[in-house]
Design a protein around this ligand. Sequence first.
Ligand code: 13P
Ligand code: SF4
Length: 401
Amino acid sequence: MTTTFTEPSESPALLLLGKRRDPLSERGVDCPGGLPEASDPDLVERARAAKAALGERVFILGHHYQRDEVIQFADVTGDSFKLARDAAARPEAEFIVFCGVHFMAESADILTSDDQTVVLPDMAAGCSMADMANINQVEDAWEQLAEAGIADRTVPVTYMNSTAAIKAFCGRNQGVVCTSSNAEVAMRWAYDQVGGVDGDGKVLFLPDQHLGRNTAVLQLGLALEDCVVYDPRKPYGGNTPEELERARVILWKGHCSVHGRFRKENVDAAREKVPGINVLVHPECTHEVVTGADYVGSTEFIIKTLDAAEPGSSWVIGTELNLVRRLANAHPDKDIHFLEDTVCFCSTMNRIDLPHLVWALESLVAGDVVNRIVVDEQTQTEARVALDRMLALPAKDASQD
Ligand code: 13P
Ligand code: SF4
């Protein structure tokens, strides 16, 4: 029997990609000039030729979660902190092609000069975590904290995985940006602005509650009871003004849909299956998973830890699957497992594929800039304040995470 799908005629809530009903949710669908077929056997050669034709004019950045087919063309690879620094350190490149997600490309646009053009090969490469905090919700929350009488003792700290508008909010409210490589230093800096970690000042941590909680409790020594979760859909985020007054860390109710899938049972199952296995996870995982692990750190830390590991040692890794597979291939002398029993790619990171990269590069060769990421001037200026505060923080080597 053949089943055909018929689009419901009366369902305004259901948006089908490519129907042009909602330009925002459909960003990335149109590729003017035509997207090459994924089956084109010449894609690798086409990408190579376009990159060679652009020469020094183009600089390609690749986040560790990108597909192998894309990573092979990256001039540099890194975690979001390293890529932000790399973008800022390349003033001579006319085009920065960002193989990563939207918030990373926005940060690159903020950190590069007006003469430089940042391109995201597929506009649909967003981030579900970044989408969990929009600027209107954050402004409302700040007003609620003011009503509760604590905004003047609260420093906003936003994870890099947030929109430029939220970074700008942090810039104009004496806050800072952090990444998973420097969340501890950034949070300490934030508390120092309001009397230190042992005082009564507070941090509003956006948008990843897990990174915020894991850093506050495991690295700064605060208690779990010092943390409250702020749900933007509820008055006072679902807390009483007294609870907000007592809290030291106000955690935005956001999470990563990839790292949120790992469970403590996965850790227990891995230990049971391979006695002596080392459990290595990203701090976007839940507190339960992180406290059950042996090592915790950013993608850059995960890579360095595996590089330094003894041949023959066993590892189970809780982060995105493209990176874990690449690590397993790069270390055939080590026994490397993935901390989940189902496939766990980041679907938006995976949006950047070879056809989109070829399309973006060939368009640049032809003189057409496609998918340019532009952050407006006011947002840039304010967000840059928070990003520069982050870049000025004392550097901590990723191997010390
Ligand atoms: P890092 O690369 O900063 O470790 O972040 C991981 C991530 O989820 C990026 O989206
Ligand atoms: Fe966002 Fe998580 Fe994907 Fe990173 S891995 S881009 S935080 S959804």
